[in-house]
Ligand binder design. Structure first.
Ligand code: SF4
Length: 356
């Protein structure tokens, strides 16, 4: 069988710094079965006539380039079976079906057959990190999160050694909640033995951080600890986790905390958002605001929750660009003063007139 793996055309509407992990796993799977495999990015035309085409997708707001890819390849290879998977395909099945009806097959969620296969990284020779899920799903059920649809069951792996590529310099974990795994200590042990740089890319759950976890983290080659402060209710856990991490020697600049805003589920307002940002800057860590995006397909940055206004959202975006660094708010002295002295959201996020 001839198999074509398609990553939609990269653009401002379809942007990711990571390789398409699902497609790389499918490549390894089909190669093992002696199928002929070709991986392409965007639109490709070089005489490879596939029997089966897999097209991946990213976030729901990046749906249009996925449609373009489906249109192009379904027209070009009329007889090939087309399977569309990934985040958008899983969350927006009806949206896809409305346009493409029976021409495509939609694969929702993860693909169990390839879950434990080492991805075929030879297809992305410029890439030098092993991307691994040591667990799927999450034990929490946050109403604003898509994980419960994408990975409904919490499934931990006992080992991940077989998913580390021997030539790589780094391991990136994409777990939603690695510390919820009953095998997290075994996994951390394997990470330590790898001697590679480690990135818990999706963050770790502050509610599960204790002294033992911090001791394990200290043994890893880790340059940044990512946490989240999406809801006010976790304040005491987060404060405790940050103090443990700092006591263990992690610098505040190494602790980055994602801070969701514009979130309608938690009735998050500009004031509650400011209060979370003030907590973080007061604790001396870096805050990284993340604008809530709904799960349905719509253009990025167009959703405005009933508790925010367009102007207020723009103030945050501008402050991130002008006052922040790489979209984050590090605990610089100037920013500390500005945020902690502010009595209102507007005072905190307005841009001061330039000095004469
Ligand atoms: S803890 Fe994180 S991954 Fe888990 S449901 Fe909540 S937001 Fe999603």
């Amino acid at each position: 069988m001839k198999v074509l793996l398609v990553e939609p055309q990269k653009s401002r509407r379809y942007h990711t710094q990571y390789p398409p992990l699902g497609l790389l796993k499918l490549a390894a799977y089909h190669k093992k079965r002696k199928d002929k495999v070709k991986f392409v990015r965007g639109f490709d035309d070089n005489g490879f006539y596939p029997d089966k085409i897999y097209i991946t997708s990213l976030f729901t707001y990046a749906w249009y380039p996925v449609h373009e890819a489906i249109r192009y390849y379904s027209k070009k290879y009329k007889k090939a079976e087309i399977v569309v998977g990934g985040i958008y395909a899983t969350l927006c099945e009806e949206h896809l079906k409305k346009t493409f009806k029976d021409r495509i097959r939609i694969h929702k969620g993860i693909c169990e057959e390839v879950e434990n296969i080492l991805p075929d990284y030879s297809l992305v020779p410029e890439w030098n990190a092993s991307i691994i899920f040591a667990s799927r799903g999450c034990i929490r059920n946050c109403p604003f999160c898509s994980v419960k649809i994408l990975e409904p069951e919490f499934k931990p792996k006992k080992t991940i050694k077989h998913l580390i590529h021997p030539g790589h310099k780094k391991i990136i974990l994409w777990d939603n909640n690695v510390l919820a795994s009953p095998y997290w200590e075994d996994i951390f042990q394997e990470l330590q033995e790898s001697k590679l740089e480690i990135d818990f890319n999706q963050g770790i759950d502050a509610r599960l951080i204790n002294l033992k976890v911090v001791e394990h983290l200290k043994r890893l080659k880790i340059s940044i600890i990512r946490l989240a402060y999406d809801i006010q209710g976790i304040k005491k856990y987060l404060e405790h986790a940050i103090s443990l991490l700092k006591e263990a020697g992690f610098n505040g600049r190494q602790i980055l905390v994602y801070c969701l805003y514009n979130n309608p589920f938690e009735k998050d307002t500009p004031e509650t958002f400011l209060s979370r940002i003030q907590d973080l800057i007061d604790w001396g860590v870096v805050s990284y605001p993340m604008r809530y995006e709904p799960l349905e397909p719509r253009q990025k940055n167009t959703y405005v929750s009933p508790y925010w206004t367009q102007e207020q959202l723009e103030m945050v975006a501008k402050a991130r660009r002008v006052l922040g660094y790489g979209g984050a708010f590090p605990p610089y002295e100037g920013l500390r003063k500005k945020f902690l002295n502010a009595k209102t959201f507007e005072q905190a996020f307005e841009l001061n007139p330039p000095c004469k």
